[in-house]
Design a protein around this ligand. Structure first.
Ligand SMILES: Nc1nc2c(ncn2[C@@H]2O[C@H](COP(=O)(O)OP(=O)(O)OP(=O)(O)O)[C@@H](O)[C@H]2O)c(=O)[nH]1
Ligand SMILES: [Mg+2]
Length: 312
């Protein structure tokens, strides 16, 4: 019957029916065995899962978009906003940390999200982060800067079996910010003062942190401790309950700029490792009340509930 329909040059609708008959029969065909070649890589139980994304070729991406050197607050907040979307999608993320063109997302050690399938987790996180980065471009830059080409992020999952391993991982990423930012701040100030890139590089070769602090202070009147904290420490994101003006509480993803190498961080935010948060606890936003991430979430919340708007 199929052949005769084909030979008669069936009309378009018949072709559509034919195509669907063919594909249905192929689904249960001798070809189906290839599915058995698929392999689910299940992430080891009882380990912290860290999914880290990193911008591909962001050196060029930041240059092409004229991002300020060494830190562009708008670019960093766009990364932060994209990360907020990832946390909103995955309740199982207890902590996220971002700096430069990278973000780490920490999934609860007992999470069973997507049966801990590596492929699902890294591809969903990487793809949601990328689409949210593009989606929010105008939220951050409005009409001042055009997105010139699509940004790309890679994504990987790393497992940490102990709490100490996780803490060391976070410390490693935060120490990286400190080393890079102190170097880059010194480097770009030297260049701005008239040195070529090669001369600035030569000037900083073999210097210690204290030398760079001194160069900044003596030559450029910059006290490194007064450089914005987001540039020096990176951004930590956590879910916290915050108090509203009507004394009710709202769960928000808040930006925190604290030293994670310090024990005090893990005591202050003990829910990260214990998994237990005290429902009576309320987080004080302090200076971050007006932060773009907080404003964004409050505006979204209010748009969804006309007539029941909230404020901080
Ligand atoms: N101007 C500027 N550049 C930034 C900023 N944040 C990140 N970058 C750039 O992004 C780079 C990130 O480092 P890498 O991830 O090692 O470099 P990459 O070019 O993305 O290379 P791959 O990740 O290997 O693809 C930095 O070296 C900077 O060049 C920023 O706020 N301003
Ligand atoms: Mg990169």
């Amino acid at each position: 019957m199929l052949r005769s329909l084909l030979q008669r040059g069936a009309v378009t609708t018949n072709r559509v029916i034919l195509r669907s008959i063919c594909s249905t029969s192929m689904a249960n065909s001798r070809f189906e065995y290839v599915k058995s070649y698929e392999h689910a890589d299940i992430l080891q139980k009882n380990c912290w899962i860290v999914v880290r994304i990193d911008g591909k070729g962001f050196h060029k991406f930041c240059d092409v978009h004229n991002f300020l050197k060494p830190n562009d607050e708008r670019g960093l907040n766009l990364m932060n906003l994209a990360a907020v979307h990832v946390l909103q999608e995955f309740n199982e993320i207890v902590l996220a940390y971002g700096q430069s063109d990278e973000y780490s997302f920490i999934f609860r050690r007992d999470t069973s999200v997507y049966n801990r399938r590596r492929d699902k987790l890294i591809s969903y996180v990487g793809s949601l982060f990328t689409s949210a980065y593009i989606f929010n471009w105008r939220t951050i830059f409005q009409d001042t800067l055009e997105l010139k080409y699509p940004p790309v992020f890679d994504s990987r999952a790393v497992l940490y079996p102990t709490d100490q391993n996780l803490r060391d991982y976070m410390s490693w990423r935060q120490a990286d910010v400190h080393i890079n930012n102190l170097y880059n701040t010194s480097f770009w100030n030297l260049v701005a003062s008239g040195l070529t890139n090669a001369e600035a590089e030569e000037r900083l070769r073999g210097t210690l942190s204290s030398d760079k602090n001194e160069i900044l202070f003596k030559e450029f009147n910059i006290n490194y401790n007064n450089v914005p904290v987001m540039f020096r420490k990176g951004t930590t994101l956590m879910r916290k309950k915050v108090k509203l003006t009507n004394d009710k509480k709202l769960s928000l993803i808040v930006p925190i700029f604290e030293d994670m190498i310090d024990d005090a961080f893990w005591t202050r935010h003990s829910e990260i490792l214990s998994g237990k948060s005290d429902s009576a606890d309320c987080y004080e936003l302090g200076d971050t009340k007006e932060h773009v991430l907080i404003r964004y979430q409050i505006e979204k919340h209010n748009k969804r509930r006309p007539g029941a708007e909230v404020s901080l």
